[in-house]
Design a protein. Structure first.
Length: 272
């Protein structure tokens, strides 16, 4: 098995070095698709020997599929720039590489580092993600913030965490919620979902109780409380923005967002 590691980027100088370092000796080539970074992202990629493709932003899925299409090998390891392999996961991937099993993709748990703490609850863990896959059997779908990999055939499961270095501050989290709720509202509108007072008022309560109480966010201390509070705020903004869209725009597909306003690779994943 030969592996191509792919990363999509936009202003990821701070994270990319850690990401690419973690796949050294595992990946047989590195592919970075950059959407016009204005920092040292491309220089970091070049330092690790990556092939860098500069491409105007379309959407998350399209950028990732383009990256996979540039790869020389059948197996793709798709990472976000703010992610890296933990040593145990790296060892398991090396074992799979040496002795492939009859699977077309492999998923593994993702652990988030949030405001100085590794998060184990709130529904954020184990958050299993298929990231190693056969290019001929898998592709990314989703035009907005909820892109995901669709793969034909069996999916194996590996232990060892994919480490996700998420928000650096409360202000950072608030900015992300503002950006991603705009994307999520447009996604819901395109799918014909409607908003109203019940969703605007009720979904935040459900989100907070689900994260903090039923998913044991209280076990993650102050960070767990903030994650749960932001989950409530996320739902409030998402359905409020959806209501605003439906009163002013007809439903329909919306073109991909520019990473200069949404963030091309480093973002938190939220659920409807």
């Amino acid at each position: 098995m030969r592996i191509s590691a792919t990363v999509i980027t936009f202003n990821e100088e701070k994270h990319l070095d850690r990401c690419l370092k973690s796949v050294r000796g595992l990946a047989d080539e590195l592919i970075v698709v950059d959407a016009g970074s204005r920092d040292g992202t491309c220089a970091v990629a070049a330092r690790w020997g990556a092939r860098v493709y500069k491409r105007d932003w379309t959407n998350y899925s399209d950028q990732k599929n383009f990256a996979a299409a540039q790869a020389s090998h059948e197996w793709i390891l798709s990472l976000d720039a703010d992610e890296c392999l933990s040593p145990p996961l790296r060892e398991r991937l090396l074992e799979v590489k040496a002795h492939p099993a009859p699977a077309n993709a492999y998923e593994f748990p993702r652990r988030a580092f949030y405001l100085g703490r590794w998060i184990r609850h709130c529904g954020w863990y184990p958050d299993r993600k298929p990231r190693l896959y056969r290019r001929s059997q898998g592709h990314w779908v989703g035009d907005f913030v909820h892109e995901h990999l669709v793969c034909e055939g069996p999916i194996g499961r590996l232990e060892g965490d994919l480490l996700h270095y998420t928000c650096d501050s409360v202000s950072d989290h608030a900015r992300r919620v503002g950006r991603y709720t705009s994307l999520a509202a447009r996604d819901l509108q395109a799918r014909g979902i409607r908003s109203g007072p019940l969703k605007i008022l009720g979904s935040p309560v459900v989100a907070f109780l689900g994260s903090y109480c039923f998913k044991a966010g209280f076990m993650d201390g102050m960070q767990g409380f903030l994650i749960s509070a932001f989950a409530a705020y996320y739902n409030f903004l998402k359905y409020s923005k959806l209501w605003d869209l439906q009163r002013s725009q007809p439903p329909g597909r919306v073109a991909g967002e520019d990473p200069r306003t949404t963030g091309a690779a480093s973002r938190e994943s939220y659920r409807d």
